[in-house]
Ligand binder design. Structure first.
Ligand SMILES: [Mg+2]
Length: 225
């Protein structure tokens, strides 16, 4: 059996779509307005906060708090931030849209591969979404950084995942993900093989990865079954 680890957001699940739906639903729920440019603003702000989290300059609690504060400021209205934040996470968890080709490709791979997921996302989103998704039966483990207390690119999270999957040789394991630093460089540092899902077709001169795909189903050419 081949051994594969996947990232979740924007590798298996269509996070951009989920984010937009969840944000609009949450603002609507609290009878708040949806100003022009909201999604763009939110996305830029969120990416920056996650970068700061990745660099360990803010905690996950600070990320959640600052995200809500900045959003309320942009909308020009506010409500109870913790209620808003919880509602948003639950709406996100309810969006299980997969990226194109994921379902069919996993179906083929699952006959020949043992598979796990490592995500730096939040437990409240990842767990229920995964449990009610159509792909959950393919995976032997869902490792969530918030629960482990260690996030990608820390080698410990890759080591932990290999250990619970019973995989003794990291060099035989292929990590697939869209985030170059967390998924690819982190995995390469731990000695895994890597496949970068260059989902946004960035031109680049990166060279730490073994394989590169632009569409999920190209993985079938990378993993020789
Ligand atoms: Mg990702």
């Amino acid at each position: 059996m081949k051994q594969l680890i996947f990232d979740a957001d924007n590798t298996l699940f269509d996070f951009d779509c989920a984010e937009e739906k969840a944000l609009v639903k949450t603002l609507t729920h609290f009878e708040m307005s949806i100003p022009q440019g909201l999604i763009e603003f939110y996305r830029n702000m969120n990416v920056k906060l996650w970068q700061q989290f990745d660099e360990k300059s803010i905690t996950i609690a600070q990320l959640k708090q600052q995200r809500t504060e900045k959003l309320f400021k942009f909308v020009g209205q506010s409500t109870d931030p913790s209620k808003f934040s919880l509602r948003y996470l639950d709406e996100l968890a309810g969006c299980q849209d997969l990226l194109p080709g994921v379902e069919q490709t996993l179906q083929v791979l699952s006959k020949h591969c043992e598979m796990a997921i490592i995500t730096n996302g939040l437990s409240r989103v990842q767990k229920p979404r995964f449990a009610s998704s159509s792909i959950q039966h393919h995976f032997g483990a869902l490792v969530i950084s918030e629960e482990l207390g260690v996030a990608k690119p820390d080698p410990e999270i890759f080591a932990h995942t290999c250990e619970i999957m019973g995989w003794s040789d990291p060099a035989k394991v292929l990590m697939v993900g869209d985030n170059y630093r967390c998924d690819i460089q982190g995995a390469a540092d731990f000695g895994l093989q890597t496949c970068w899902f260059n989902i946004r077709n960035h031109t680049h001169d990166f060279s730490d990865h073994d394989h590169e795909i632009h569409h999920f189903d190209e993985l079938l050419k990378v993993v020789t079954l």
